[in-house]
Each structure stands twice: as C-alpha cells, then as structure tokens.
Write a protein that binds this ligand. Structure first.
Ligand code: BGC
Length: 257
C-alpha cells in the first residue's frame, strides 16, 4: 500500500494594508481569513510637510520592510474617489487633486487600491470586528483629529460619507465633537461626551441606523464616555482598535472595493 503525501496547509489569503494618518504611516500583511496581522506592523512618522511625494515615499519605506508582493490597500484621511484625493481637512492641502493610486503605485511592487480611512475602518469592523453578522445599516464613527464616518448597509459600503462635517449649532460638527476638541477646549469627559452624544443624536435622526460602532483613539477609554450616551441606537465600541485602517485597506485591495 502506498501512502499519499500529507498536503501542506493552504497559505491564507493575504493582502497588504497601509494606513496613512496625520502623525504616522503604518502597514502590515493581513490575513484575510480572520483579519489578523501577519508579523509585526511597521510604522514611520508622517513626514512634515506631508506632501504627496514625501508621504508616498514613506509608504514605500513601510512596504519595503516586508518581502511582500501581492495587492496593496492604502487609506487616506479625506475623500478618495476613483483613486483621486478630493478633500484634505486635516492634512496637507497639496493632496487635493492628487491621484493617490499613481503616487503610491510608483513606490510599491503591486497594484494599489486607495480609500478613505473611516471607510477602511468600517469595512474591517463589519467583516471581522464589532459589526460582524449585523444586518441593516451600521454607522462607524471614528473620533480622532477629525470625525470619520463609514455607512454600511448589510455589509456593503456607501463610500466617502463626509458626515463628520455636518453643521450643528452653526459649527462644523468635527470642530466641536472630534476627540481633538476635548484636548483643545480643555473639556472634562462629561462635557465632551455631551458633544459626542449631540452629534450621534443628529446622525441617528437623519439616517436611522441599526447600530453605531464608535472608534478612534478615544475609544481606548470607552468607560469614560460611552455610558453617558443617550441615543436610541445601540452603541458598541470598535473591536479592531489601532489596526482597523490597515485591515480595511487590505480587504478593499483584495476585493476591489
Ligand atoms: C475627513 C474625513 C476623514 C476623517 C477622519 C475628516 O476631517 O474629512 O475624510 O475620514 O477626518 O480622518
């Protein structure tokens, strides 16, 4: 009797994700079976000024720390439509009109997909994180330097929802309710959570979501503010934490989202 060789375990489906932020640019290979990182992520400070060329070169540096050839997803903290950046609320204005896919593409060894940072976080949360298995309308809100929004219906993304900039009480909402406003205006947790609550109430009255997922740096201390929220929509805390941008970018690249 001849025994057949034991087949090697199938390699997981992977893609590379890069998250471009105002202070750091980080990336890693992502296991798309479960949304985990393969190996240690690599991070460099965002160059200042954060011009398209300087940032794209830094993305190239992150990628070249890995021996990876496959597809690459890249996030950006502004509107990205068909690869082109259209807004830059908290980043260098020279990005506006830049083709991010081409700019980064000349520094990495594979095809590039580019998308908004909050959209990437949203994709990661509904596929692997706090929105897994949730049907209907999910809104992911990232409270950071700005406010990022992802709207998903039955897991499908409506890209580039810039609802962080809706006007509330005569102000651009993110100027009052982003996490950066807490620091800038010297607010207590109770004061800041009242602003976040007002913002979420406005959103729920406009969009009637089934679930809010709240993320961003400030969600590292959810006990300080999430219990103060009074929305009728259930609120859960993002599960992917720091890596949601990397994971969502990789997913978008692999699935051509
Ligand atoms: C930008 C969004 C971005 C968010 C979070 C906002 O100022 O307009 O596009 O998703 O900040 O970075």
């Amino acid at each position: 009797m001849t025994s057949s060789p034991i087949p090697a375990p199938a390699a997981p489906r992977t893609a590379f994700g890069v998250d471009i932020g105002g202070t750091g640019i980080k990336g890693c290979v992502v296991n798309l079976e479960d949304g985990t990182l393969i190996g240690e992520r690599v991070r460099f400070d965002t160059p200042q000024p954060a011009t398209p060329e300087a940032v794209s070169e830094t993305v190239g540096k992150v990628v070249s720390a890995f021996d990876y050839s496959g597809v690459f997803g890249v996030t950006f903290p502004g509107v990205v439509n068909h690869g082109v950046v259209h807004t830059a609320a908290n980043v260098d204005p020279s990005w506006i009109g830049t083709n991010l896919v081409e700019s980064v593409g000349s520094h990495v060894p594979g095809p590039v997909t580019a998308l908004n940072d909050a959209d990437a976080a949203g994709l990661a949360e509904v596929r692997y994180g706090a929105g897994r298995g949730q049907s209907g309308v999910v809104i992911v809100v990232t409270f950071g330097t700005g406010i990022g929004i992802a709207i998903l219906n039955d897991g499908k993304l409506v890209p580039n929802a810039e609802l962080g900039h809706i006007e509330i009480g005569g102000h651009d909402a993110e100027s009052r309710a982003a996490a950066s406003a807490k620091e800038r205006d010297g607010l207590s947790w109770t004061e800041w959570s009242a602003r976040a609550d007002r913002y979420l109430h406005t959103l729920e009255n406009l969009l009637w979501p089934d679930l809010f997922i709240v993320g961003g740096g400030i969600s590292k201390k959810p006990e300080k503010w999430v219990p103060h929220l009074t929305t009728r929509t259930p609120v859960v805390v993002a599960a992917m934490k720091n890596n949601s941008g990397i994971v969502g970018a990789a997913l978008a690249a692999a699935e051509s989202i």
